[in-house]
Design a protein around this ligand. Structure first.
Ligand code: C5P
Length: 223
């Protein structure tokens, strides 16, 4: 039986997480935050004292992740790794950087493939990531590639972190975003790039509502 998968790929801070969740909510679909799986792999590696370049050990960790995503009453998803709440570590800047390092390793990506595909169940799925439209769900009927300038993405991230009470420097955030873009786009395994049949959407200067409406129009056109 087939059912719709909507893939939303793009660089960090492009707003794809927010948009994917809004679209999933609107359609009553499941939601896959694939970045969280790479982030959790990095956190689990740190837990177990595995170096971020020890590919065989990292692939083992990725294949055997004991992780749960719990949606609480107060919104926000709690991430439970081996029984412990690791939401904070997973969402931190370090969590993002380590995710980008482990995500560059082909056997880690391979180990996470089946787990990601298992999210595609009735009535449908919105999948957020870097290679959802190119590798994980190449047959998805709706593919979006969402981007924004590095400066605007850094600005959004900076605001988010300040709101969370973290003390951060804008220049550090911008440098992190640029380093992560470079690593994600230049790696050999599943580099960040739009699928040939993706709708390209540059959200610089667009409101969340505008982007949401553009994605919903693409869905209505293609499904
Ligand atoms: O989307 P998020 O910022 O949580 O992703 C963290 C990192 O995980 C990305 O910078 C990227 O290197 C990696 N990632 C990936 N493939 C995905 C999702 C995330 O390589 N599908």
């Amino acid at each position: 039986m087939s059912f719709p998968v909507i893939t939303i790929d793009g660089p960090s801070g492009s707003g794809k997480g927010t948009i994917s969740q809004l679209v999933a909510q609107k359609l009553g679909y499941h939601f896959l935050d694939s970045g969280a799986l790479y982030r959790v792999t990095g956190v689990a590696a740190k837990f177990h004292g595995v170096a971020m370049d020890d590919e065989p050990a990292l692939a083992q960790i990725a294949a055997n992740l004991d992780v749960r995503f719990e949606t609480g009453a107060d919104a926000g998803v709690k991430i439970i790794l081996e029984g412990a709440d690791v939401t904070r570590e997973v969402r931190s800047e370090e969590g993002g950087m380590n995710a980008s390092r482990v995500g560059a390793l082909p056997t880690v990506r391979q180990a996470l493939l089946a787990r990601q595909r298992a999210f595609a169940v009735q009535p449908g799925l919105v999948a957020d990531g870097r290679d959802m439209g190119t590798v994980v769900f190449p047959d998805a009927p709706v593919k979006v590639f969402l981007t924004a300038s590095a400066r605007e993405r850094a600005q959004r991230r900076y605001k988010q972190l300040l709101e969370k009470g973290e003390s951060v420097s804008f220049d550090d955030i911008l440098a992190d975003i640029e380093a992560r873009d470079e690593r994600d786009s230049s790696r050999a395994a599943a580099p960040l790039k739009p699928a040939q049949d993706a709708l390209l959407l540059d959200s610089t200067g667009m409101s969340i509502d505008d982007v949401f409406n553009a994605v919903m129009r693409a869905f209505e056109d293609r499904v």
